[in-house]
Design a protein around this ligand. Structure first.
Ligand code: SF4
Ligand code: SF4
Length: 188
């Protein structure tokens, strides 16, 4: 049986409400006046020309790293889809033509609508093949299908396919997090 919630007994000025309304308006106006005369208090930035610097360990959109010869580092070991708690990684493995012992991902998809950005895939990878260091937080699309990031997209993510954080950091290095390093242009 539901219990009645205790209600605070209002004093006479509170029960009129007018005093409380005036107190609320006073608080609002005090913030307006402070912000007019002390604009450094503003927490807003001129997005998208300016971007909020994210913490060095911020987990942005995933990217796939490549070797110096341009091939993906991923060896399709299946560690990341196995550990992924959201079950949002799909990999189809294939054998390299020049070395049947070598595997690679023919397809590598991450459904970003299901990803919970736990970073387990990055932790589990024995090849440093997947990273979440892009600082990209605008992960959006017009269709659900476009929210599935594929291999090509994740290899080229930092290279202008969806120029976001890195492009801005190149033109505004002062906004890049401390110690941020830019990758060489990946070869597909
Ligand atoms: S961040 Fe977590 S949920 Fe997202 S793909 Fe990686 S393991 Fe899966
Ligand atoms: S990204 Fe890493 S953990 Fe995932 S399949 Fe490739 S090599 Fe394995």
């Amino acid at each position: 049986m539901p219990l009645p919630a205790p209600r605070k007994k209002l004093s006479t000025p509170e029960s009129v409400y007018l005093v409380e309304v005036i107190k609320g308006m006073f608080l609002t106006m005090s913030h307006v006046i402070k912000n007019i005369f002390d604009q450094d208090r503003f927490r807003t930035i001129e997005y998208p020309d300016m971007r909020k610097p994210m913490a060095a360990r911020y987990r942005g959109a995933h990217r796939l790293t490549t070797r110096p010869d341009g091939k993906v580092k991923c060896v399709a070991c299946m560690c990341c889809p196995t550990i992924c708690p959201a079950n949002c990684i799909t990999i189809i493995a294939g054998e390299a033509a020049d070395d049947p012992a070598e595997k690679f991902p023919v397809e590598f998809d991450i459904d970003m609508l299901r990803c919970i950005f736990c970073g387990f895939c990055v932790e589990a990878c024995p090849k440093d093949a997947i990273r979440m260091d892009t600082k990209i937080y605008e992960i959006n699309a017009y269709t659900r299908q476009d929210m599935v990031h594929n291999k090509s997209y994740m290899i080229n993510l930092m290279d202008g396919v969806k120029p976001q954080a890195e492009d801005v950091y190149r033109s505004h290095p002062e906004q890049a997090p401390a110690g941020y390093t830019f990758d060489e242009k990946p070869v597909v």
